[in-house]
Write a protein that binds this ligand. Structure first.
Ligand code: ZN
Length: 114
């Protein structure tokens, strides 16, 4: 049985912030998005999206869902940025120096992190 949390109707600033995060989580449960795509859908700066994603990554890890990160990769040589901890898009490829980088994408999956 899955328990659903009820969202109150009060609109305090902190709650609005929470609501954005819930919105991001809902989108990521439905599909896969890059931070830029999320920022365009929700209309908040990409940097704020990254902050929310980092928070989701931490909090979801304790529950029965987790944030799946599809690593950024180089469109030129295919280099994959596997060791990157930050969720923002890398500036350039360490292998071929190309700046044509495929941004990391995010998705929320059911189940514990492997
Ligand atoms: Zn490259």
């Amino acid at each position: 049985m899955e328990r659903k949390r009820r969202v109150g109707r009060e609109r305090e600033p902190e709650e609005r912030f929470e609501t954005v995060r819930h919105y991001i989580a809902a989108l990521l449960e439905e599909g896969t998005y890059s931070a830029k795509e999320l920022s365009q859908v929700i209309r908040i700066p990409e940097k704020d999206v990254c902050d929310h994603l980092e928070h989701l990554q931490r909090t979801l890890g304790k529950g029965d869902r987790h944030l799946e990160v599809i690593c950024a990769s180089c469109r030129h040589c295919g280099f994959v940025f596997k060791k990157r901890d930050r969720l923002t898009k890398p500036g350039k490829c360490p292998s071929c120096r190309s700046i044509h980088i495929q941004a990391p994408a995010f998705h929320i999956e059911a189940g514990y992190r492997r």
